[in-house]
Design a protein. Sequence first.
Length: 226
Amino acid sequence: MSSIQPIPRNGLVWLLVAQVLVILPHLGHLPLWIIGLWLGCATWRIRIFRMQARYPRGWMKALMMIGAGFGVYFSRGSLIGLEAGVVLLIAAFILKLVEMRSRRDALVLVFLGFFIVVTSYLFNDSLLAGLYSLLPVTALLAAMIGLQQSSGGTHPWPTLRLAGSLLLQAVPLMLLLFVLFPRFGPLWSLPQPKERAVSGLADSMSPGDIAELSRSAALAFRASFE
């Protein structure tokens, strides 16, 4: 008797939905092959669930990882940097879909999804982006709940309603922490391109130089009041 707990249908459905919602905000800086990679892995995962395909062998998983690494390198010119790192992380997020065998593996995928939701703020930290992030978070919560249900499973919609109610219960605590918790400066900052502006004025300026001034972590000035 195997000790591996199979992935329930309900959990798999919300994992697939959550992956789409998590990846969607990153489409502006993702190479097109990422979309094809997700379509291929999602189709393979569904066929595995229907017992129409087998799990990838070890050499095949290694080949896919190497291929994803080459894809990131040729599309971004490096494996180091903000965009390259996020693309590599999302590629691993997609490849994990066909590699996972148990509920434990699926939970790892859910937690990775939460982390990728946060990385979207590195590119867009507007209010609209923050509101949108509630959608993938809700879907990831639904996937987490679905993974704890029986393999026979319930329909997806009750699971989504439960995830939404849990998220609503967390809103008061979120608002309380937002108002009361002190905002410290970051322990580290991402390197900015040299053509972007930082705090302070240079001898010469051109249109567009101060477009990223508000994102600088450098100290602008100090003020004291008596």
